[in-house]
Each structure stands twice: as C-alpha cells, then as structure tokens.
Design a protein around this ligand. Structure first.
Ligand SMILES: C[S@@+](CC[C@H](N)C(=O)[O-])C[C@H]1O[C@@H](n2cnc3c(N)ncnc32)[C@H](O)[C@@H]1O
Length: 300
C-alpha cells in the first residue's frame, strides 16, 4: 500500500486556487507551505542552476497526497487547463504506508509569530525554548497559525503593550482550534473565552487548551457569553463579520480593543465603514492579500 506525494511550485497568489483545484480533482489532502520559511528546503526540491532566486517567484509549495493509482499526468493537465498555467514545476514521490505519519508531519514546521511567540507541532522541538510556545497539531478545526488571517491576529496580540493584554478579559469569536484564546492567555490575559458555532471547534479548542495547560473556556453559542470583554478578536469571514458587528460591538467594553480578520483587501472599506459606527478604527494591516482591522470601542 502506498500513496503519491505531489509537490508543485507555485506563486503565493496561485497557491489557494491550485490547492482548491487539486482537491476538486480528487487529492486526498492538500497543504500549502510558505517557502519563505525554508528556502533551503525549497532549493533542495526545485533548485536548478540558472533558476531565479527563491522569493522572486518560488514563493509556495503546494503538496497534494494522491491515491497510488492517480493519473498524475491527466491531473496536472487538468490543473494547468483550469488555472491557465504553463509548465508547472513539480516533484512526485511515492510514500509507503509506514511513512504516512512522517510524511504528514513533515508538512508542518514550527511557525514563528514573533521572536517570543511560536506555534510548535507536538512532534517538533521548540526552536526557542525561552519563547512562549503554543503546542498545536493540525486537527479538525481551523487555526494552526499558518494562515495569514490567524497570523495577523497572533502578531497583533503579541505586540499589544504588556499592561494592556496582561489582566485583560479576551474574547476569541470564531475560535476554531482555540489558538487565539490560548495565545492571549499565554501572553498574560486574565481570562480567555472562545465561542464557535462548530461543536467540533469547541472540542478541539478545549483539547488544545488542556494540552497547553491553559485555563480558557469555550462555548458553542454566543448565548453563553455574559458581560463585556477588554479585547475581542474575531477571525471570521467578512460576511459573518458584517452580520455579527452589533454582537461583537456589544461584547466589547467602552475603550476596549477589537481585531477583525478574515477580510480580503477588496472588502476592507465596507468593514471599516460598518464598524466605525461603534469603534475608532486604525489603519488596516495587510499580509498576503488579507487585512486585519483593529479599533478602539467608542464611549457612546
Ligand atoms: C477562519 S476560522 C478562525 C479560527 C481561529 N480563530 C483562527 O484565528 O485561526 C473561523 C471560525 O469561525 C467559526 N464561525 C463562523 N461563523 C461563526 C459565527 N457566526 N459565530 C461563531 N463562530 C463562527 C467557524 O466555525 C470557524 O471555526
């Protein structure tokens, strides 16, 4: 029994589309690696004399796990036709059954948020033992730290003044894996609360908090929320952020901070205008086409 591991070189802009196309065409799983994180590994895979240096167009590696009988040439042709790409650079590897765990784990490296905040899969040594290390394995809920929307929230939390996050009551609205609530608590928050409409996310969040020896509470409905919070972080899609704006505003104390993520550049003006009803909004922070909007709750 074996699988095929297909690694395709991609620009950052095309990686998501490529990933979607591979899943549509029957890939068993797909992951996107930010090749900035490990340009040496990338060169080892794709580098050839005369190639442009990494970082110019070799931005991402999209890795797909395929069934052993997958028709790879047909799949590549279909991907190229769908995305109107020419000459994809790829590498194909056969993975034996006993290598499955290793192959999957090899796709997830520690993620540096700041020098002092890292997300570390449980099978890795922490690169900086003195840092705040959140132990998190990819699971059923969104939020490993690799996605720009999560990364933006984590960086923002990590860079808040210590006297602001310290002793704050933090709400993670749309907690997924619980990563933001766990980070907030590890950064010194007095309390961390998460809420998610997906019951599996709540289970994952509780498990992850336990694994990190963090005391945080997670609910599957906002109905359980009482009182107001000093900091509200919500990494949900912009359509949900639009609908939830009054609830998010109501959950935040006057003078409290909000961080909104999951927003594309093209959507930021709509969100900024809407949230300006309740918050003094800051300049947007951008990463890879995604935008983080932050603000301070007005005393209305
Ligand atoms: C993009 S994930 C974010 C997970 C994590 N907070 C992070 O930053 O990586 C969005 C999460 O919001 C949840 N969600 C979507 N709509 C929601 C709603 N109306 N109320 C609460 N949670 C919601 C989803 O189930 C999902 O787990």
């Amino acid at each position: 029994m074996h699988w095929l591991l297909l690694k395709i070189q991609s620009t950052e802009q095309q990686a998501d589309q490529l990933s979607d196309a591979l899943m549509d065409l029957g890939a068993l799983s797909v992951s996107i690696e930010d090749a900035h994180a490990d340009t040496l590994a990338e060169q080892a895979i794709f580098g050839e004399p005369g190639d442009p240096p990494p970082g110019i167009w070799q931005q991402n590696i999209v890795t797909a796990m395929l069934a052993s009988d997958a028709d790879v040439p047909a799949l590549l042709a279909a991907v190229q036709a769908e995305l109107q790409l020419d000459g994809l650079k790829y590498q194909l590897e056969q993975i034996e059954e006993q290598d499955w765990v290793r192959a999957t784990q090899a796709q997830f490296d520690p993620i540096r948020v700041t020098d002092t905040l890292w997300i570390v899969p449980s099978w890795h040594q922490a690169p900086n033992a003195d840092a705040i290390n959140i132990v998190l394995d990819p699971g059923l809920a969104f939020g490993t730290g690799s996605h720009p929307t999560t990364h933006l929230c984590l960086s923002w939390l990590a860079q808040l003044p210590a006297d602001l996050v310290g002793n704050a009551n933090v709400l993670d609205y749309g907690c997924g894996s619980g990563i933001l609530a766990i980070a907030a608590k590890k950064l010194g928050a007095a309390t961390a609360t998460g809420v998610d409409i997906d019951p599996q996310a709540v289970i994952s969040s509780r498990d992850n908090a336990t694994n990190n020896q963090v005391n945080a509470v997670f609910y599957d409905s906002a109905d359980y929320l009482h009182g107001q919070f000093d900091i509200v972080v919500a990494n949900i899609l912009s359509s949900a952020l639009m609908v939830l704006a009054p609830v998010i505003a109501q959950s935040c104390k006057n003078g409290g901070k909000v961080a909104l993520s999951g927003i594309l550049e093209s959507q930021q003006t709509m969100l900024l205008t809407h949230y300006a009803e309740w918050f003094e909004m800051d300049a947007p922070i951008q990463q890879e086409g995604w935008v983080l909007l932050t603000g301070t709750k007005k005393c209305l």
